[in-house]
Design a protein around this ligand. Sequence first.
Ligand code: MGD
Ligand code: MGD
Ligand code: SF4
Ligand code: MO
Length: 698
Amino acid sequence: MQNTATPTHCPYCALQCGMNLTPASDGTVELSERADFPVNRGALCGKGRTAPAVLSSRVRLTSPLVRSEGTLVPASWEEALDRIAEGLSRTRAEHGPDAVGVFGGGGLTNEKAYTLGKFARVVLGTSQIDYNGRFCMSSAAAAGIKAFGLDRGLPFPLEDIPKTGCVILVGSNLAETMPPSLRFFHELRENGGTLIVVDPRRTKTAEQADLHLAPRPGTDLALALGLLHLVVAEGRTDEEYIRERTTGWEEARAEALAHWPEYVERITGVSVPELREAVRMFCEPESAMVLTARGPEQQSKGTDTVGAWINLCLATGRAGRPLSGYGCLTGQGNGQGGREHGQKADQLPGYRKLTDPEARRHVAEVWGVDPDSLPGPGRSAYELLDALGTDIRALLLMASNPVVSAPRAAHVEERIKSLDFLAVCDVVLSETAALADVVLPVTQWAEETGTTTNLEGRVLLRRQAITPPDGIRSDLVVMHELAGRLGVEKGFPTDPEEVFEELRRASAGGPADYSGITYRRIVEENGVFWPCPADGDAPEPVHPGTPRLFHDRFATEDGRAHFVPVAHRASAEEPDEEYPVLLTTGRVVSQYQSGAQTRRVDELNAAAPGPFVELHPRLAARLGAAEGDPLAVVSRRGRAVAPARITTAIRPDTVFMPFHWPGEGRANTLTNPALDPTSRMPEFKVCAVRVETVEGQL
Ligand SMILES: Nc1nc2c(c(=O)[nH]1)N[C@H]1C(S)=C(S)[C@@H](COP(=O)(O)OP(=O)(O)OC[C@H]3O[C@@H](n4cnc5c(=O)[nH]c(N)nc54)[C@H](O)[C@@H]3O)O[C@H]1N2
Ligand SMILES: Nc1nc2c(c(=O)[nH]1)N[C@H]1C(S)=C(S)[C@@H](COP(=O)(O)OP(=O)(O)OC[C@H]3O[C@@H](n4cnc5c(=O)[nH]c(N)nc54)[C@H](O)[C@@H]3O)O[C@H]1N2
Ligand code: SF4
Ligand SMILES: [Mo]
């Protein structure tokens, strides 16, 4: 490796901030500002800035581990890979291919996610593959496909935000989850636009808003319907747009009219004057946007909820037009690309459907296999985890830590422990890796090359800046080696660009068409937005990519956007006498996800040392709890204990816990795995709990 700066991207969230890396003398890297990348223009949050700390051998895995007499001990790569091949093939021989499961992650590059999906279907022949992105933006994806015929996080670049008239941010705390993106909202307000934030908590993001609506968790569906009711009642619909660019308005309108503002106020706790003010702010300017994140999406009615917000955009002519639209702020580094190339239970590369005969034929041809040999769709992430130890007896897990991050985590942990065989590829010994029979240490972002697709649908190139330490191999090498051991010698290259070239062909003609994108173009153009088809037989692809979607037509068959008729319904678990308080969960700025990586960084731990229970002073007074007192939060799934953090920034009927920690304070011990019927998203954002001081009870 040369001793010069390599421009690349952060390993963590979907913003995929640009940064420069220069090899340092201790084998890690020095990070410096990369001002030319338009998403962050050099700015980084604390996680991104400290990411090099995880490259240190002090915190990472340095050797494969195999379980021997109950404990994990270092082993050679040969032995570890042989053990995995044997574990997976024995299960397959004894119980059939569907007894082998695969679980992936939205942190994997496109090349890895693509290869993992291919590995499951071609090498293992299993239908049982899904990934943690199911826990992330699947509800928004399902709603986007229903309404627009296509799902891409944002249908426009972030740079459009400052130029619109009003943004409603629904259940996003981006001041903590994507801090450099706050700049776009500051610029929006400087330009005279307004920001409405919908969050049960007065978050750092809500503090920036012109209007903060604080609904009861789990009631965004009613809220959106109430706003649409007022839009109709006040004559603010865009009739011409509805007529020319949409279908299904009559039914959606009828549902909205059934949700009277006073009724909505009772359900949500948001007052009628606040509803009216929001409608005025959203409808008066020429353009406006609605952006959702995990707040409204991680619900057992997440798909309908996002559908209701999309209906609001459609009724007011605010989709598929310049500076207007609905978008979802995706989450993980490759949350977007990770869901397009085949690690999802029902998908083939290019965002194709596994049930579509033409898609099967196309992809099977690229893979050189018989279309009939491809298995059908499998189970969703939680259903897959729930089936471990029963139907699914061996699991290959790559880039997720479900012991901390899955709903009803104690049950999931017990299911994982009941497996006949577990293999985990990770960079650190996560809580889930610690339960494995074999753990493989893999290369990290700065040590390998690969593409990611950020929340804007911009395909980016993360570039290798340093040589990985001895004893560490990439996920692509792991899959190549395992494929060979399981009898598939060809088709699993270890060079990322070679994988990308195949992915281009596999995605060609699909909804997420990458066939016109090359590594060279990504570098030269600072990212390329999909869809970007290849241009026939042209030697070099020239399609410019698609930063802005739907301006001419929507991606549905008739080219129109489809209203979805939705009505309010309760959350799967509502408070009752025994469990009178609502629990919602989420993130803090200094930890990432299950914390597997960020809990290994001193600076981040100093800023966010452990879990807590955020509650309102009125609830604290009823409990007799003071700041810092240990509180037990009890749900039908289990009990967690963490110190009280008392603040007026939360509704008195709700407590909030971040989910970044294992052990006693693990928020997911409590959460409800009730699934959305369409997206199969678990209800991370609402369940009923009782809160107790550790001596007494509410
Ligand atoms: N620091 C940090 N940044 C991250 C991550 C991280 O773990 N840490 N993870 C990345 C990933 S994968 C993701 S998915 C994104 C997530 O990014 P966000 O969606 O911004 O994160 P959350 O904190 O999960 O949820 C956002 C807000 O939803 C609110 N909320 C809770 N219940 C409801 C409800 O019923 N309705 C509404 N409207 N709001 C509700 C919460 O109070 C919270 O403030 O962040 C990414 N960035
Ligand atoms: N209560 C509650 N629970 C939640 C949520 C919530 O809001 N509330 N949010 C959900 C959401 S949105 C998400 S996205 C999930 C995320 O939860 P997880 O799936 O657990 O995500 P991470 O903690 O990022 O785990 C990624 C793991 O992969 C490893 N890793 C990183 N890069 C690579 C790589 O290239 N290869 C391999 N093999 N490993 C790698 C990391 O070290 C880490 O151990 O959590 C979900 N859980
Ligand atoms: S905002 Fe996201 S991409 Fe940017 S530095 Fe922080 S974690 Fe990395
Ligand atoms: Mo996520």
